[in-house]
Design a protein around this ligand. Sequence first.
Ligand SMILES: [Zn+2]
Ligand SMILES: [Zn+2]
Length: 203
Amino acid sequence: MLGRRSNLEQECIITREKASALVVDVKALAARPGTMETLRRALPAPEDFGNALIGAPAGSDITADLRLESVHDGILVSGTASVTAHGECSRCLDPLEVPVTADIQELYVLDPEPAADEEDEQHAVEDDAIDLEPVLRDAVITQLPFQPVCREDCPGLCSVCGARLEEDPEHHHDVVDPRWSALSGLLGTEDAANETTTTREER
Ligand SMILES: [Zn+2]
Ligand SMILES: [Zn+2]
């Protein structure tokens, strides 16, 4: 039983260490309701800080400009967080960068009530500290485009061969009757079979 408990404690410490860069100590602030602190600095972006196509690379700057106010029931965090998201155009796959600034407004409560339902997520002051990561994720990642484009009229790639249509506006393919393409496929297979036979005979 004792052994189990110490395992659990170890796990908690490891979790805190991982998140430490985005965990802010608010012990002094929480002790003085009515006071505030500012947090203006670059925080390192955690892993997977984005969606499938675009996001802030891990370790890149999240520029935080935040006010931390000590209110009677917790710490109110407000301000902005900015990142330069890197990704690729969803049409032509060119790399692109998108600057994103998100508004932050979140109360970390000192004595969280048991959650009424799971959707009603409540952030809490834990061990005299607040973890900015979930709040930054919610605020910034929801601002990222789901289908980023290098420019609104990007023509993208040819759906047949993948050529860049921007460089070749006349680009097209003669439409091949699917029956012919099936036949040429068959011929191709026969040729390949013949070649194999020939090779074998040569040996
Ligand atoms: Zn593009
Ligand atoms: Zn093409």
